[in-house]
Design a protein around this ligand. Structure first.
Ligand SMILES: Nc1ncnc2c1ncn2[C@@H]1O[C@H](COP(=O)(O)OP(=O)(O)OP(=O)(O)O)[C@@H](O)[C@H]1O
Ligand SMILES: [Mg+2]
Length: 275
């Protein structure tokens, strides 16, 4: 079964089509990663799936219903989105931001509950943001700010989580931590995760399903082992590379050719630390 699907979806800014007649099925309970070059329409597509953008043509189906006819709160109880480069209102603290994630559960009759409190505290905890809870979002470093937004997205506690480049600004340790966290949510709670990632090697490690976007549509999709080839990387990114085997995970590892340094003689570069 599909978590979200699109039928003949066309997305445009003014007269310019960005995505054209796209039929996409996001598998339920899996991790799907969109890849593609800058400006190919990944963010536009992701935003449209959360109804932050109205299609020019076609439809998007979430939980069996066309999202054009679904209430905003119902969508927000099913699906959370972390957009690319979000901006918080000036002066907002991390705690206030993360609490906004609970907005879909609030109404006249249901005020702030213990469940809301727990969701917020858990989200702060797993993203390592407890110590920053009272800090203003605009006073944080890029990576801390990104983690605050991820916390808000997680506090929404939805079955489907969309994240646009969630690892931007994060150091390598925090990149792996956040991706491991999303992987755990997927494995233990069968949440459907849809992400845009630029790091192909991390995409191959974490994705069950990769969707490569090119020329306003899907160039190829499927599991990383099958679809990630030098030919795909060349077509989609215009880059020559070798595809090797990730020595840790066994997933495809793209090694780009470059004009810079070349191998002089045969060297053994594998180093590891015993912990
Ligand atoms: N608000 C907008 N108005 C007009 N054009 C836009 C708007 N937002 C994006 N675009 C254009 O639409 C195209 C797709 O943009 P989008 O942000 O979806 O790309 P992307 O694949 O996410 O790129 P990146 O990897 O750089 O984040 C680009 O050519 C961009 O310039
Ligand atoms: Mg983008």
């Amino acid at each position: 079964m599909d978590a979200i699907s699109t039928k003949s979806l066309t997305l445009a800014y003014g007269e310019e089509n960005i995505i054209k007649e796209l039929d996409l099925a996001i598998p339920k309970g899996k991790i799907t990663v969109f890849i593609g070059s800058n400006g190919c329409g990944k963010s536009t597509l992701l935003r449209s799936l959360a109804r932050l953008m109205k299609p020019k043509n076609g439809s998007i189906v979430l939980d069996g219903n066309d999202i054009a006819h679904t209430s905003t709160k119902k969508i927000a109880r099913n699906l959370a989105i972390l957009p690319q480069s979000p901006v918080a209102p000036e002066g907002l603290t991390v705690l206030q931001l993360v609490k906004q994630g609970r907005y879909p559960y609030q109404n006249w009759f249901q005020q702030w509950s213990e469940k809301d409190e727990k969701a917020v505290n858990d989200a702060l905890d797993v993203t390592g943001m407890v110590e920053f809870a009272d800090r203003k979002v605009d006073s944080l470093s890029g990576g801390q700010r990104q983690r605050a937004w991820i916390a808000m997205t997680l506090a929404q506690d939805t079955d489907i989580i969309l994240l646009d480049e969630p690892t931007t600004y994060l150091d390598l340790t925090h990149q792996i931590e956040i991706l491991d966290l999303l992987y755990d949510l997927n494995q233990s709670e069968e949440r459907t995760i849809v992400m845009v990632l630029h790091d192909l090697n991390l995409a191959c490690r974490y994705a069950d399903h990769i969707v490569a976007i090119h020329n306003k549509t899907i160039y190829k999709q499927g599991d990383p082992d099958t679809i990630i080839t030098p030919e795909l990387v060349h077509t989609v990114f215009g880059l020559q590379c070798q595809v090797a085997c990730d020595p840790i995970c066994g997933t495809p590892l793209c090694i780009p050719f470059s004009k810079g340094r070349h191998l002089k003689g045969v060297k053994q570069h594998v180093k590891s630390v015993n912990t």
